[in-house]
Design a protein around this ligand. Structure first.
Ligand code: GDP
Ligand code: IMO
Ligand code: MG
Length: 432
């Protein structure tokens, strides 16, 4: 058996949570491999809506194992709130959730540093979710981090205090009023208390050597789906640096974040919105500041799942998509939010970029000053629900085939709404 991977090919929020939930019945194990509570993965079914930040999106199916891998970073407070919300709705969590002993902990002082660094950047701020992501991964790489496995040692709080003291020394060198800072609406001391209280909940999750667990599962013929967070264009190496997150959101993150060998990777599902969004700062070549962008935001309810911020909207960007397909070895595209464009008379697609009178279709080192070159296609102007692929309007199937031809990858699933049931499987491979 191989590990199939599902990851975002744009700037995040492509609908990964919904699609993982839809695919979970086909798998035995769902495993998150990177990122932390900067992620917000939305799942809707039977009139219920959940936004998961750390728990893998397979948690709503009894009997499926959900693994938080070593590459994920965990805030005990946020994870404990998530667990409580899911349990309150009657779902089993502790029996179905495992966490890697090697996953790093986000400390309250990491969140403090995130706030300080962002504020020091002023107008150049990243637009971070302020969940402590950058400082925690920095400590991981700097070999100063604390891990889930450390919670079981008697000297955990000694190490905690030493790490925190180091952070506070850094904090003191900035012109920043720590007493005034709010972390999720709380003072630093209040947050720290909640964080410490939450450790008891985290200890109730089974802590495992997830690399052994997952490889044993594979040997036993079990099916594993790796769930990405963020999107390929936010990758620390390949994204629009420095406006990125601090992990490898691309396929490499599966190997380092779960202990899976490259030869054990199977299908790679790339999730793509029918248009583009970005939340936070950073260049966005196809961004729209007109009525079309506003319509996308309204129809697509494009407000951040983690921070509530309005998402920036723009046309589908083919050079960026081809770049993400190349980096990840995508075998199947899953197209989401097609319904958001239902009422558009015409739809644009960016096929090339232009800079200084030169047209090109690759992702350059700097994408700040490039202009999109757009083609226009007909909109379908009808509802896509309750139709099979064969019953879809011609303008829509043309749009899908255009994306397939331009990206070089078949689209095998189309999502037409927020609910688990709003899904169309496309068997026909129009590329062959
Ligand atoms: P993720 O981070 O990739 O899991 O995506 P988010 O959950 O942050 O954002 C995707 C948003 O779009 C959520 O509100 C989903 O409920 C919603 N969504 C997912 N698929 C579709 C779809 O096909 N159509 C519409 N209209 N909404 C969708
Ligand atoms: P999901 O998994 C969209 C963005 C932030 C910011 C930048 C760095 O829901 O798709 P960070 O908090 O990592 O320091 O923020 O990355 N960002 C996301 N944007 N979806 C996400 O996750 C994101 N996670 C981080 O807005 O621009
Ligand atoms: Mg999201």
């Amino acid at each position: 058996m191989k590990v199939d991977v599902l990851l975002g090919l744009q700037w995040g929020d492509e609908g990964k949570g919904k699609i993982v939930d839809v695919l979970t019945p086909d798998y035995d194990v769902i495993a998150r491999f990177q990122g932390g509570p900067n992620a917000g993965h939305t799942i809707e079914f039977e009139g219920k809506k959940f936004i998961l930040h750390t728990i893998p999106s397979g948690i709503f199916y009894p009997g499926k194992v959900n693994v938080i891998g070593n590459g994920v970073i965990v805030d005990p407070y946020i994870l404990s709130l998530e667990i409580e919300k899911v349990r309150k709705q009657g779902f089993t969590v502790f029996d179905n959730l495992r966490i890697s002993r090697k996953a790093h902990l986000i400390l309250p002082s990491h969140r403090l540093l995130d706030a300080i660094y962002e504020s020091a950047k002023g107008k150049d701020k990243i637009g971070s979710t302020l969940k402590g992501i950058g400082p925690t991964y920095t400590d991981k790489m700097g070999r100063n981090g604390l891990r889930i496995g450390d919670l079981h040692y008697a000297d955990f709080y000694e190490k905690y205090e030493a790490t925190k003291a180091g952070h506070l020394r850094i904090a003191a060198s900035y012109d920043f009023d720590i007493a005034a800072v709010k972390i999720d609406g709380m003072s630093f001391a209040e947050y720290e208390q909640q964080w410490k209280d939450a450790i008891a909940v985290i200890k109730k999750i089974e802590h495992i050597d997830s690399e052994y667990f997952l490889n044993t599962m594979l040997q036993e013929g079990k099916k594993i789906l790796a769930e990405g967070a963020q999107g390929s264009l936010l990758d620390i190496d390949f994204g629009s640096y420095p406006f990125v997150t601090s992990s490898n959101t691309t396929i490499a993150g599966v190997c380092s974040g779960l202990g899976i060998a490259p030869s054990n990777i199977g299908k790679v599902f790339g999730i793509v919105k029918a248009y583009c969004t970005r939340v936070g700062s950073g260049p966005f070549p196809t961004e729209l500041s007109d009525d079309d962008g506003e319509r996308m935001r309204r129809q697509g309810n494009e407000f951040g799942s983690t921070t509530g911020r309005p998402r920036r909207c723009g046309w589908l960007d083919i050079p960026a998509l081809r770049y993400a397909v190349m980096l990840n070895g995508v075998t199947d595209i899953i197209l989401t939010k097609a319904d958001v464009l239902n009422n558009f008379e015409t739809i644009k697609i960016c096929t090339h970029y232009r800079k200084d009178d030169t047209s090109f279709d690759y992702m350059p080192f700097d994408i700040t000053d490039i202009q999109p070159e757009l083609i226009e296609v007909n909109g379908w102007q009808s509802d896509l629900n309750n139709r099979t692929w064969e019953q879809m309007p011609a303008a829509f199937t043309d749009y899908v085939r255009t994306i397939e031809q331009m990206s070089g990858v078949k689209i095998s699933i189309i999502s037409t709404g927020v609910d688990r049931e709003q899904i169309v499987r496309k068997i026909e491979n129009t590329l062959q």
